[in-house]
Write a protein that binds this ligand. Structure first.
Ligand SMILES: Nc1nc2c(ncn2[C@@H]2O[C@H](COP(=O)(O)OP(=O)(O)OP(=O)(O)O)[C@@H](O)[C@H]2O)c(=O)[nH]1
Ligand SMILES: [Mg+2]
Length: 597
C-alpha cells in the first residue's frame, strides 16, 4: 500500500490507517469526486483538525494522500509526456477545517505551480459544509490566470463534467500566444427557429446578429430550423444538434447563441452535446445591459435581472462552462457576477429589491411634486434604435447619447420643453423595447418604466424605415400591456421619414388618428408634433373649481384618487376644490361648478 505523505508526526495509528484507506477509492471517468470519497475525507479531517489532501489522476485513481496544507505537497512524477504548457492531469482535492472552503493564496499558488486540472477545497464543519474550486483559465506571457468557483454544494460539485472542462482548458493552453480568456474574442454561431409566425426568422436572426455585435462578439454564421413544437431536452431537433456541431467546427465558432429563451435543462443538454458555451437571447440582452448600465439604479436593476436569470441555472456544469471563458454571460455590474451560491444570491436579491424599492419611493416623491406643480408629462417609448433619444435632444437640447446601436439608452432622462402656446411640459426618454425582452428585465426595470405608466401622454416612436416596423409596433404594445399602460393616450410618431422615398407608405402609416411622420434628425415636422402634443395634453385634463356640499364631503377622497387636486378650502357654502380632471370625469362633476346648474 502506498504511504501517506506530509506531517504525520504524532498521528494515531488508526488515523494513519484510515488515511491509507483513501488509496482504495476510485472515481468514475470525468467525475470530480464521489460522495463516498468526499465523506471519508470529511470523517478523517473532522478528527484530525488538519488539512488532508488527495490527488487523483485522469483515470480516477488516487495517486497520493497527504496531511498538511497544499504548499508542502510534492507530487510523484506524473506522466512525462505532458508538455510544460499543459495541465498536470492531476486534480487536488483537500479539506479546510472551520467550514470556509474558499481557496487560500497558498492553494492558488500551488494550483499555478503544479498546474493541477482543478484545485478543490472542502470546507469541513459538522461534515461537508461547502466546496470551492479553481482552475487555470488562461495565461499571459509569464503568469497563469486562475478562475475560482463557489462555494457550491457537494452535489453541484459532483455534477461538474471534469472531462469536458479539462479538455477545454487544455485546448486553451495549447495555443502559443497569450490566451487570457478574458481577452479572447468570441465567435458566435446563431441558431433560430422558424415558427412561421409574424416574426420572419431571418429578420429575427439579423436582429440577434446586431445584438451579438453590440455585446462585442463576432458573428460567424447562423442556422435555423422550421419547427412548431420545441424539443423538451434540446429545444431543436437532435439531428439539428448534430448539424450545428459540424457547422460550428467548420466556422470555428466558440459560442452558440439561441434566438429564443432556453430552459436551464435545455441549455445544459446543449452544452453537453455540443461541448461549447451555449446562451440564449435573454442572456445576451442581459449582457448588453450589464455592459451599458451607467446609473446606480440602472446597475442594480441589471444585476437583479441577472441574478434572477441565473438562479434556476445554478449547479451542474452549465454555469461553470458559461463562465469558463469570460465573455457574454459573465459580465455583470455587481461584485457577485461569479456567484454560484444560492443562499448568497437570494440574500443579494433581497437587498437589491429593497434598495430599488426605496429609490422608487424617492422618485415617486419627485413625481408627486411635479404633479402638484401640474407640469404635464410625456414619455418617449418605442423599439430600440427608433430615434427616441434623438427626438428628445431635438425637442429639449438634452444632450442624451443617441447612437446607431441597440440599447443606447438604459436610464430614463426627463427634460423640460415648451409647447407652442408657451406652457411647459416634461419629456422622458426611456429604455428601448425589443421582441423577446427577458421578463426578468422588464420586472427589474419596472421602477424606471414607472415614468411610462404615470405619464399623461405617450409618444410612440417608430423607425418607419425599418422593414419590420409593424412587428416592432406589436412588440412595443406587448411590453405596454405587461406594464399595464396600454390604455394611455398615445401619439404614434413615424420617424426617419428622410430615409423613406415612397410617399404611399407614408399615407398608409398615417391612416389612424393621432399619427404623424417626422424626421428627428432633420427636424422635419417637429413643429407639427409639438402642436399635436399640446392638443393631446389639453384633452387629457380639464381644470375647474368645484364646490362640494358638506354632506357630500366623501367625494373629496374620490377626487384625490381620480384627479389632481390643487387646493381644498373650507368655505361657508361648501368645500371649494380646485382640480384638474380627466374629461370623462368632468362630465360627472361639472354640476358642482358654482353657476353651472
Ligand atoms: N436617418 C435618420 N436617422 C435617425 C433619425 N432619428 C434617429 N436616427 C438615427 O437612429 C439611430 C438611433 O437613434 P437613437 O436616438 O439613439 O435611438 P433610440 O430610440 O434612443 O435607441 P435606444 O436608446 O437604443 O433604444 C441613431 O444613429 C440616430 O442618428 C431620423 O429621423 N432619420
Ligand atoms: Mg435612446
Amino acid at each position: 500500500m502506498p504511504e501517506v505523505h506530509g506531517e504525520k508526526d504524532g498521528l494515531k495509528k488508526v488515523l494513519i490507517d484510515s488515511l491509507e484507506q483513501l488509496y482504495q477509492y476510485t472515481v468514475p471517468f470525468g467525475q470530480t469526486i464521489t460522495t463516498e470519497l468526499a465523506q471519508a475525507m470529511a470523517a478523517i479531517a473532522e478528527q484530525l483538525n488538519r488539512e488532508i489532501a488527495v490527488y487523483i489522476n485522469r483515470r480516477g485513481i488516487v495517486v497520493q494522500v497527504a496531511v498538511g496544507d497544499t504548499k508542502t505537497v510534492t507530487l510523484p512524477a506524473t506522466d512525462g509526456r505532458r508538455s510544460p504548457g499543459r495541465l498536470s492531469g492531476i486534480r487536488c482535492i483537500h479539506t479546510h477545517p472551520g467550514g470556509d472552503s474558499r481557496l487560500s493564496s497558498i492553494d492558488v499558488a500551488s494550483l499555478k505551480k503544479l498546474r493541477f486540472d482543478i484545485m478543490a477545497a472542502i470546507g469541513i464543519k459538522n461534515g461537508i459544509h461547502e466546496i470551492s474550486f479553481g482552475f487555470i483559465s488562461g495565461h499571459t506571457a509569464d503568469e497563469y490566470d486562475v478562475r475560482t468557483v463557489g462555494p457550491i454544494s457537494l452535489k453541484e460539485f459532483i455534477q461538474i463534467d471534469l472531462g469536458y472542462l479539462t479538455n477545454q482548458l487544455e485546448r486553451l493552453l495549447d495555443s502559443k500566444e497569450a490566451v487570457s480568456t478574458m481577452a479572447q474574442s468570441e465567435k458566435a454561431l446563431l441558431v433560430g427557429v422558424d415558427r412561421q409566425g409574424d416574426w420572419d426568422v431571418s429578420h429575427s436572426l439579423s436582429e440577434l446578429a446586431q445584438l451579438t455585435e453590440t455585446a462585442g462578439a463576432e458573428v460567424v454564421g447562423s442556422v435555423w430550423q422550421k419547427r412548431s413544437r420545441m424539443d423538451a431536452a434540446y429545444f431543436i431537433g437532435r439531428g439539428k444538434v448534430q448539424e450545428i456541431s459540424l457547422v460550428r467546427q467548420e466556422l470555428g465558432a466558440n459560442i452558440i447563441i439561441f434566438d429564443d429563451e432556453l430552459s436551464p435543462a435545455q441549455q445544459r443538454n446543449l452544452e453537453q452535446a455540443l461541448g461549447i458555451k451555449v446562451i440564449d437571447r435573454p442572456a445576451l440582452i442581459l449582457d448588453i445591459f450589464a455592459q451599458r448600465a451607467q446609473s446606480h439604479e440602472g446597475k442594480l436593476q441589471v444585476e437583479l435581472a441577472q441574478l434572477k436569470y441565473n438562479l434556476p441555472r445554478l449547479g451542474g456544469q452549465g454555469l461553470v462552462l458559461s463562465r469558463l471563458g469570460g465573455g457574454i454571460g459573465t459580465r455583470g455590474p455587481g461584485e457577485t457576477k461569479l456567484e454560484v451560491d444560492r443562499r448568497r444570491i437570494r440574500s443579494r436579491i433581497n437587498d437589491i429589491e429593497q434598495e430599488i424599492e426605496s429609490l422608487k419611493k424617492h422618485r415617486a416623491l419627485h413625481r408627486e411634486r411635479r404633479q402638484a406643480a401640474r407640469v404635464p408629462t410625456t414619455a418617449l417609448i418605442g423599439y430600440t434604435n427608433a430615434g427616441k433619444s434623438t427626438l428628445l435632444n431635438k425637442l429639449t437640447a438634452a444632450g442624451v447619447l443617441a447612437e446607431d446601436k441597440l440599447f443606447a439608452t438604459l436610464d430614463s432622462t426627463t427634460r423640460r420643453s415648451i409647447l407652442p402656446g408657451g406652457k411647459e411640459f416634461l419629456l422622458t426618454d426611456t429604455v428601448g423595447f425589443i421582441q423577446k425582452l427577458p421578463h426578468q428585465l422588464i420586472a427589474a426595470f419596472r421602477g424606471t418604466l414607472e415614468e411610462v405608466v404615470q405619464a399623461d401622454l405617450l409618444l410612440h416612436i417608430i423607425d418607419a424605415s425599418h422593414p419590420q416596423y409593424e412587428q416592432h409596433i406589436q412588440a412595443v404594445y406587448q411590453v405596454l400591456r405587461e406594464l399595464g399602460a396600454e390604455t394611455k393616450p398615445v401619439i404614434t410618431v413615424f420617424n426617419k421619414m428622410d430615409k423613406l422615398d415612397n410617399p404611399h407608405i407614408t399615407g398608409r402609416m398615417l391612416r389612424e388618428p393621432n399619427t404623424i411622420a417626422v424626421s428627428a434628425e432633420n427636424g422635419t415636422n417637429l413643429d407639427k408634433l409639438l402642436v399635436m402634443i399640446e392638443d393631446n395634453l389639453k384633452a387629457t385634463t380639464v381644470d375647474a373649481t368645484l364646490l362640494i356640499p358638506y354632506d357630500q364631503s366623501g367625494l373629496i377622497a374620490k377626487l384625490y384618487d381620480l384627479a389632481t387636486v390643487y387646493s381644498v378650502a373650507y368655505e361657508e357654502a361648501g368645500i371649494a376644490v380646485a382640480v384638474s380632471l380627466p374629461p370623462e370625469q368632468f362630465e360627472r362633476y361639472k354640476k358642482y361648478i358654482p353657476g353651472e346648474e
